[in-house]
Write a protein that binds this ligand. Sequence first.
Ligand SMILES: [Fe+2]
Length: 292
Amino acid sequence: MPANAFNGQTDYGIGLGLRVPHYVHILEKKPDVAWFEIISENFMCGGGRPLEVLDRIMEQYRVVQHGVSLYFGSADKPDREHLRRLKALVKRTHTPWLSDHLCWGSVDGTYTHDLLPMPYTFAAARTTAAKIRMVRDFLEVPICVENVSSYAEFHASEMTEWEFLSEVVELADCGILLDVNNIYVSSRNHGFNPYDYLDHVPHHRVGQMHIAGHTKFEKYILDTHDHPVLDPVWKLYAHATRRCGVTATLLEWDDRIPSFDEVHAEALKANEFIADAKNARKKPAPPRPRAA
Ligand SMILES: [Fe+2]
């Protein structure tokens, strides 16, 4: 795969996030899972049990790296020591691409450990794209940037979130990790139509999708990853797979994690929508569903 393109070649099937409560089950039962997504930062430790487990997992499964600390949208330059350790892990896993978030989270070397929303300006798009290119060139691996869920917006924004995402990935010439649940959460919090988002991102750049559960509160929705995927998100996922083609799909379940079998069964529900998308591609496009 070239370092800057995906071209619909990520039909890897349904993956799961590799989480500590499931280690023993996976190593002993060897369940039939297409691939695992790992959080890079959990394995940038130089040795010990995390890497022992990872090496055993890699004997059986394809592994794709996902990160939470590159902060492509921060004005800071990437930390070179962090990038060196990340590159060592990339060489170890042979990840086919590496994803991290379209957000900021650090100022002058102080890290918030939050995925903060960006001002959607042309200047921010240029800065962010330059950083993505810098990271990709150093790591020598294709990059996918993920849209985050958000709870605040900037008056300074000059475009919509999907226009900003599109601008960044075109300037960076990189892929998209399209988090369908995040689109739904942000659409409800900010009052936009999530189908407009899905219809206007560059579909050929979508290399992976995330689905997850969220929690509804009286005045907002929170991206909690602590229960099954809700119906409006499945409807969006169905639309996304019809528009983008079938891509590697990953269920995120990070809190109140149930048994491995329960998480796996929830993730495999995506196969129904993938099959529908493959059939739909042979027929004229249906009208898009109304936003929930
Ligand atoms: Fe995600």
